[in-house]
Design a protein. Structure first.
Length: 291
DNA sequence: TCGGCTC
């Protein structure tokens, strides 16, 4: 009901730089109720471009993420992945769209399973929505996916016939401060395959750019943080184990990293039958802090 | 009505 209620009314001012004139046109608006949460999907457009605003509203909280229009199909793909995969093969994904990164993480507690989607961008605080898996196939993730599909399709219908959406960096959305960095090299996701390792795999990564790169994996109740750092003795990888409030670290000079890798590989090899089917590791890549 | 998320 009243799909518009979540739309323009809330505090967001339209284009900050553009001066007067509320310019955000609402092209498509949908709502979805999952358990006691309400999700608003608003495909909007302003002079800077087009974006999908997804808000999660609870009686107490509201949280919003902004997806640039060219990212909608990636969102759709990822939701399809979470809807269609077997429970044991689900793992975290990340999606980089220009200067934003969206993290997709599975979680579970006594209330059930959920998918956490959080948006990190250089200029905004992280914001997160949490989508319950839902108890039947037509609610929760699947319903969310269906709405994404509708909007994705509808957004195609809005394309000007003579103006192909070269959807890229020129579509700036500064409505909610979504700070896209123009002229920053385009980093489109590779293909239908979203891999978590995208940002660390580039081979010729300069050392200067590496410090601050982090990964997190989870195993059972523990989390392991991998942080590249350097000091006057050189570069190192710090591996921290965090469980509850306890933490301890080892510092591994990069000179030992390759052997470390080989030894781990060895143990993976000889324990294969025990760990097969355990894809449980949640891996996350974090971009270096901007500076 | 929840309730999840943060070195």
């Amino acid at each position: 009901m009243e799909a518009n209620s979540g739309g323009g009314a809330e505090g967001g001012r339209a284009a900050t730089g553009g001066g007067g004139g509320g310019s955000d046109v609402e092209l498509v608006s949908r709502t979805l109720q999952v358990e006691h949460k309400l999700f608003y999907f608003d495909l909007k457009e302003n002079p800077r471009g087009r974006y999908l605003k997804i808000s999660e509203k609870t009686s107490a909280t509201r949280s919003t993420i902004i997806v640039p229009s060219f990212g909608i199909s990636w969102f759709l793909d990822l939701f399809n992945y979470y809807v269609n995969s077997e429970e044991h093969e689900l793992f975290s994904k990340e999606l980089q769209l220009d200067s934003k990164v969206f993290y997709f993480d599975i979680g579970e507690n006594r209330r059930g399973r959920f998918l956490k989607v959080s948006e990190a961008s250089v200029s905004r605080n992280r914001s997160t929505i949490i989508v319950p898996a839902g108890s039947s196939p037509d609610e929760g993730w699947a319903a969310f996916r269906n709405i994404l599909a509708e909007i994705h399709e509808a957004s195609g219908l809005f394309v000007m016939p003579n103006k192909k959406p070269s959807d890229g960096q020129e579509h700036l959305v500064d409505d909610v401060g979504a700070g896209f960095i123009p002229g920053h090299g385009s980093q489109q996701p590779s293909s239908s395959e979203h891999n978590v390792d995208r940002s660390v795999d580039s081979t010729g990564q300069e050392e200067t750019g590496m410090t601050g790169v982090s990964k997190v994996i989870r195993a059972d109740q523990k989390r392991f943080f991998f942080d590249l750092g350097n000091n006057n003795r050189g570069h190192f990888l710090r591996i921290s184990e965090v469980a509850g409030s306890d933490r301890s670290s080892i510092i591994l000079p990069l000179s030992g990293l390759k052997q470390f890798h080989e030894v781990i590989g060895h143990f993976v090899e000889i324990t294969k039958d025990k760990i097969e089917g355990m894809t449980g590791a949640n891996v996350r890549t974090v971009d270096p802090p901007q500076r």
